[in-house]
Write a protein that binds this ligand. Structure first.
Ligand code: NAD
Length: 490
């Protein structure tokens, strides 16, 4: 089945935007629609030399940008968001097709991304230093915030528009120039955003969107001494490579990496409510969210009841053409991801686990003839040491296990190398307080489902990362401070 296509430019051959101009590369990368495997577009595979040129140009351009007032920079961000809003449906359709994301979710993601542009614009008069009491008479001690310089951002494929804005907005309001490299599978909405940068008033060289492969373009950008700060969103494996490359240049790298969020349901929970938010937090975006409910632990007293309702709800989810208004689940983003998920499920089943629903690929016929479709799956009988409980699934597969007492639930939740997010469903305030104290993770959702707020701090503990995005704390990563000791006479 061929799904509708609506590229803005009418051309399937994109160029990338860097060093103040639109450029081709030596070779091209095909961007596939994961719903039907058709070629949506091609993008250039930028060379290392093109990446270096982008950084050098950005370095020069940043000097003037950093001297503008915050209000001038904030106005550009607001205008940028307005320009996208005027074309919102086109952005959403393109996003839906490059990721395979249901169209309603895609519209929400465009809004989410724009809310970052506007939120950080609001710091236009709020980038604040400090005046400290001095140690000597007639002295002032100031901490003066200044732009970090040129930011490099490398991002994943699951929220390619929102996460692009999440990096661009704080960098720009801080007075940095930025070179952003989207994932090779999902670069199109970021490129469309770049097309509007100059109309928004952002000078050439301040925003650069470079397309290319991770091992070449990504590595060239993140290993360059021209990068003053790095912000990465992606896997732990790549994050470690970037951390090493950044260390060579002593460059600060904020790493937003993978997750394995536990979802704890206690005996006193409202089971219907728990099912609702467990499904939402597992199956939204086809399970491809770093904070998704990756492993559900249910206290024995409500385990059977929860499981029955959970499976029924999952079996009712609609799966199909992401451009249909009422679709809940689209395909996985690519073949490699699809096969990884299936390997994990088949290995668990071969080891004695039971798929209560789903448990495999859809037959390749009818609406699933082409594309990367996986059946929404609930699976039980998985030991906590199993890869399904320890490695990121990042797909529509939900392992569920019982536990007896609260301490056991907390121990299971913490039994992981990840520490990004977690969930707790209970009305017991003592348990809530103990969970806040004892869970080893950076983002806890209590009695609600996922998706963080733009003004929080999205930060991973353990191998889920260092640094973070969003809010005042995220903005700090794009600033550096100068301590000024000022002596005066009289
Ligand atoms: P990935 O690490 O494979 O790729 C991410 C980006 O890194 C891509 O743009 C890729 O081209 C680039 N890259 C690859 N190799 C590189 C290298 N050697 N040097 C520099 N760049 C390189 O990750 P992915 O498959 O795109 O994304 C999925 C992962 O991202 C999951 O683990 C998910 O949890 C994580 N993620 C985390 C967050 C968060 O905020 N913590 C958000 C979204 C996704």
């Amino acid at each position: 089945m061929a799904f509708r296509m609506s590229l803005f430019s009418g051309s399937k051959d994109y160029q990338f935007y860097a060093a103040g101009r639109w450029q081709d590369g030596d070779t091209k990368i095909e961007v596939l629609n994961p719903a039907d495997e058709s070629v949506l577009a091609t993008t250039p595979d930028a060379t290392a030399a093109q990446c270096t040129e982008a950084l050098e140009f950005a370095k020069q351009a940043q000097k003037a940008w950093g001297k503008l007032t915050g209000v001038e920079r904030g106005n550009c961000l607001r205008k940028w968001a307005d320009l996208v809003d005027e074309r919102k449906e086109k952005f959403a359709q393109l996003l839906s097709q490059e990721v395979g994301k249901p169209i309603r979710e895609a519209r929400g993601e465009i809004d989410f991304g724009n809310s970052w542009l506007r939120y950080f614009a609001g710091f236009d008069r709020h980038i604040e230093g400090e005046i400290l009491s001095a140690d000597q008479p007639n002295e002032q001690l100031w901490l003066v915030p200044q732009p970090a310089g040129v930011a490099v951002a490398v991002i994943a494929w699951n929220f390619p528009y929102a996460v692009a804005c999440r990096k661009l907005a704080p960098a720009l309001i801080a007075g940095c120039a930025i070179v952003l490299k989207p994932h090779e599978d999902t670069p199109l909405t970021a490129l469309e955003l770049a097309k509007l940068a100059e109309e928004a008033g952002i000078p050439p060289g301040i925003v650069n969107v470079v397309t290319g492969r991770g091992a070449t373009a990504g590595a060239a950008l993140t290993s360059s001494p021209l990068a003053d700060v790095i912000s990465f969103t992606g896997s732990v494996k790549t994050g470690k490579l970037i951390a090493k490359a950044a260390a060579e240049n002593v460059t600060f790298a904020s790493l937003e990496l993978g997750g394995k969020a536990p979802f704890l349901v206690l005996n006193d929970a409202d089971v219907d409510e728990a099912v609702e938010i467990a499904v939402f937090s597992r199956f939204l975006n086809c399970g491809q969210i770093c904070t998704a409910n990756e492993r559900t632990y249910v206290q024995r007293g409500v385990y059977e009841q929860f499981l029955e309702k959970y499976v029924a709800k999952v079996e009712g989810l609609s799966v199909g053409n992401p451009l249909d208004e009422d679709m809940y689940l689209g395909p996985k983003v690519n073949k490699t991801e699809l096969e990884k998920v299936d390997r994990m499920v088949q290995a668990a089943v071969a080891g004695g686990a039971t798929a209560l629903t789903g448990g495999g690929l859809f037959e390749r016929e009818g609406k699933y003839e082409k594309g990367y479709w996986y059946k929404p799956t609930v699976i039980t009988g998985v030991d906590n040491s199993n890869p399904l409980m320890q490695d990121e699934i990042f797909g529509p597969v939900s392992p569920v296990a019982p536990f007896d007492d609260f301490d056991e639930g907390i121990a299971l939740a913490n039994d992981t190398r990840f520490g990004l997010a977690g969930y707790l469903v209970t009305n017991d305030m003592n348990k809530i307080m103990r969970a806040i104290r004892d869970l080893e993770l950076g983002e806890l959702y209590i009695n609600r489902g996922c998706v963080e707020s733009i003004h929080g701090y999205h930060t991973g503990w353990k191998q889920s990362g260092v640094g973070g995005d969003d809010g005042k704390k995220g903005l700090e990563h794009y600033l550096r401070y100068k301590s000024v000791y000022l002596k005066y006479q009289g």
